[in-house]
Write a new protein. Structure first.
Length: 297
């Protein structure tokens, strides 16, 4: 199988490269950041063009792990967030339609499309009420994938990633805890600590991608990507501190961060029906993440 990873230098993208190379697949990479590896395309950061990728090669699978994944940035610069998460996706779809129409296309969406759900667990059919430009833009990217399947017959699939973490991640809760733990014995976080998330370790996310490639009909399909375990931010923070820096104290400032949901728990029945079985609980995943942090200090 010949597979293209766009955003190959990022957190999820780089893990996809390693995973599919380890399975003996022919992996091609594309990213805005330079690389000297073989089978690599440099994407222009200011004026992205994906047509050459699909003109020169016929890929069986394309995974788009590029784009912005920062809620705060989407408030600061909604135009740029729209470009990265919507316009670029449309450009990729046009290139696939024109030059590689049989390619299976997987795009990373986000649980941010749900906002604050009325009921838990959140199913793929739950209503979408985003709380941020980022969430709206991810929802628009899903609509694009549905459009290009319906009208042009492309094989498309969106993955609504909840709270993914693991080695190489340099943002979000655990990275924030790590950075603050280096500066102070008392770590302050937003919120009350009672907010909940559904965390998924990167290796389990990769398992899902593999299952989707094998079993999804790629009909504008949408899947939750999570562990089906609800954890409070306070519990997650304490678990990380216990593993990484047990002498630190975590406090919550009671301030609600704009764009942040209250409670998330994903229904994973569709993917469990395709064989998904999480291999990492939060304790084990954070031990591996903490080990990576200490090795890369």
């Amino acid at each position: 199988m010949k597979i293209l990873i766009i955003g190959s230098r990022g957190f999820i993208g780089s893990h996809c490269v390693d995973y599919f190379q380890s399975k003996g697949l022919e992996v091609w990479q594309a990213d805005v950041n330079e690389s000297s590896v073989d089978n690599f395309y440099k994407i222009n950061r200011q004026n992205s063009d994906y047509s050459i990728l699909f003109k020169e090669h016929q890929f069986e699978v394309c995974i788009n792990a590029s784009g912005s994944a920062h809620v705060g940035f989407s408030f600061e610069n909604p135009s740029k967030d729209f470009e990265l998460n919507v316009v670029n996706v449309q450009k990729i779809l046009v290139s696939i339609r024109d030059y590689n129409p049989l390619c299976k296309f997987i795009n990373f969406s986000s649980a941010a499309v749900y906002g604050n759900p009325q009921f838990l667990p959140i199913t793929e059919n739950s209503s979408c009420k985003p709380l941020s430009p980022y969430g709206f833009h991810k929802l628009q990217s899903e609509l694009l994938l549905a459009e290009y399947h319906k009208f042009f017959g492309l094989n498309t699939c969106s993955l609504r990633v909840f709270s993914a973490y693991g080695p190489r991640l340099k943002k979000q809760l655990f990275w924030d805890l790590y950075q603050k733990s280096l500066q102070s014995d008392v770590i302050s976080l937003f919120g009350t600590g009672n907010e909940t998330r559904d965390f998924i370790y990167i290796d389990d996310l990769l398992q899902i991608i593999d299952l989707v490639i094998q079993h999804s009909p790629f009909q504008g399909s949408i899947y939750n990507v999570a562990s089906n375990i609800e954890t409070t931010i306070a519990e997650a923070a304490q678990l990380f501190i216990k593993v990484f820096s047990p002498n630190k104290e975590v406090v919550f400032n009671e301030e609600i961060k704009v764009g942040d949901p209250n409670n998330w728990l994903a229904d994973m029945e569709i993917l469990k029906g395709k064989g998904f079985q999480p291999q990492f609980n939060l304790h084990l995943g954070l031990k591996k993440y903490a080990k990576w942090l200490k090795e890369n200090e």
